[in-house]
Design a protein around this ligand. Sequence first.
Ligand SMILES: NC(=O)C1=CN([C@@H]2O[C@H](COP(=O)(O)OP(=O)(O)OC[C@H]3O[C@@H](n4cnc5c(N)ncnc54)[C@H](OP(=O)(O)O)[C@@H]3O)[C@@H](O)[C@H]2O)C=CC1
Ligand SMILES: CCCCC/C=C\CC(=O)/C=C/C=C/C=C\[C@@H](O)CCCC(=O)O
Length: 341
Amino acid sequence: MENVSCCSKKRKMVQAKTWTLTKHFDGFPKKSDFELKLEQLPEPKDGEVMLEAVFLSVDPYMRPFSRVRMNEGEVMIGAQVAKVIESKNAAFAVGSHVMGYCGWRTHTVCDATGLTPVMADWPEDVSLSLALGAIGASGLTALYGLEEVLGLQAGETLLVNAASGAVGSVVGQIAKIKGCRVVGSAGSDAKVAFLKELGFDRTINYKTVGSLDQALREAAPEGYDCYFENVGGPFSSVALPLMNDFGRIAVCGGISLYNDTTPQTGPYQHLTIIYKQLKMEGFLLTRFEHKHPESLKRLMAWMKEGKLQCREHITEGFENMPAAFMGMLQGENTGKAIIKV
Ligand SMILES: NC(=O)C1=CN([C@@H]2O[C@H](COP(=O)(O)OP(=O)(O)OC[C@H]3O[C@@H](n4cnc5c(N)ncnc54)[C@H](OP(=O)(O)O)[C@@H]3O)[C@@H](O)[C@H]2O)C=CC1
Ligand SMILES: CCCCC/C=C\CC(=O)/C=C/C=C/C=C\[C@@H](O)CCCC(=O)O
């Protein structure tokens, strides 16, 4: 990123590149829903820092959250790992790295609210981008869904969909660490091969399988005790009746629904839920924020021990953020979708 220098002899003026939402998404996002803009940044005031983005994240939540948390014309929401390039805050040294929800922007001036220093003893040979994925929000979501929501126990059978993605790939690996049988569904043969590499017991390419019901039954003739739901919609309608009595379902996401212009309706599963006495619970990772520091240490330890593989799908160039976002929603990524500035 080239900064524009002008006027002041003392200080280089910094221009941020930003991606704004021109118009609320209507159906699947389009290129014209985004606009690249330049923004002249002020000098940081006391307590503030200036950040330069190193890695940015594109995530499914941006699609539904944009509608409820953003106005048209605003900078797209999102997390990044950034380097502190100027600081008037003693807690954030120049040259250190932070994780923050700064949005889709190359440079940011902000106070420290909402900035998290990247884990103190982050190993030099581990990419900082993982702080946005497996050793960040995606890994934490997987861990909390399994431990806090599902209460997964050794010996149980778990189903996870969008299994080769940022969250799903960690879900399956943690479930294996915990001594469970894991069935994963993903949208291509290459993705399914990746799941096998990760140690999933059975894998399904839901796009080519023919009968999903039959494939899910064959993958777990004993039935499913736990279901980590990332997709929703028709997949869920097929999976729920295959749960065992007292089965638990963690509703983490519903990506198959995010781009709908008309909300999908039924089939309604109330009778299955009653008869099988199922427990279904939605969650947001933010509920467990107080556990983040300890949980990140556990994820990092698993990675160092070789028990957790962290695949990333890296797109080069800030200019390509909208394309990377739309690509992720279309299933282009295996592992965490990341933008390298
Ligand atoms: N509750 C929470 O706090 C959080 C929830 N989430 C949710 O977790 C889920 C996974 O997120 P994340 O791991 O970041 O993203 P992923 O890395 O899994 O990327 C999205 C993947 O979803 C799959 N997908 C896209 N469209 C569809 C569709 N119509 N039907 C089925 N699969 C589809 C694609 O894989 P494929 O080729 O296999 O179809 C795609 O690669 C999302 O639902 C997200 O909203 C994420 C973080 C926090
Ligand atoms: C508006 C309906 C939302 C339905 C659920 C949609 C998506 C599930 C999901 O992916 C949730 C993700 C939650 C993320 C929570 C915290 C942060 O990582 C995002 C903060 C975004 C921001 O405030 O900038």
